[in-house]
Design a protein around this ligand. Structure first.
Ligand SMILES: [Zn+2]
Length: 115
């Protein structure tokens, strides 16, 4: 399953960062594109399962899905593509090129230092 691999790589990155700072991770923010086919619930479930017994146990994952970007062929504007209504936000043209989907990124890790 795709999400399990993603969860494993997230856990590895977060654990390394937490160990470096000698702190406990409490929250992590992830972003990915619309076409990345990440199911939030499955990812959180997979992460929870593999985080058991590690310093990451009980931490929260926040997943943000970034909209697709389009590049208008008429006015050269790049814009967020609304899937229900795909057209240029500046000139209204429906002729545009889809830009590459956003990659999966670990944006931020919130750590809590031991008291
Ligand atoms: Zn346009």
């Amino acid at each position: 399953m795709h999400e399990t691999m993603v969860a494993e790589s997230l856990l590895a990155t977060i654990s390394t960062e937490a160990a470096k700072q000698n702190a406990k991770p409490v929250n992590a923010r992830i972003s990915c594109g619309m076409l990345n086919a990440i199911n939030d619930e499955i990812l959180c479930f997979a992460f929870e399962a593999i985080a058991k017994g590690t310093p990451c146990e009980g931490m929260k994952l926040e997943i943000e899905h970034k909209p697709m970007q389009g590049l208008c062929k008429s006015c050269n504007e790049s814009f967020d593509v609304e899937l229900s209504h795909p057209r240029c936000s500046k000139c209204g043209s429906e002729v545009f090129e889809l830009l590459q989907d956003a990659p999966l990124l670990l944006e931020e890790i919130e750590l809590q230092t031991e008291q």
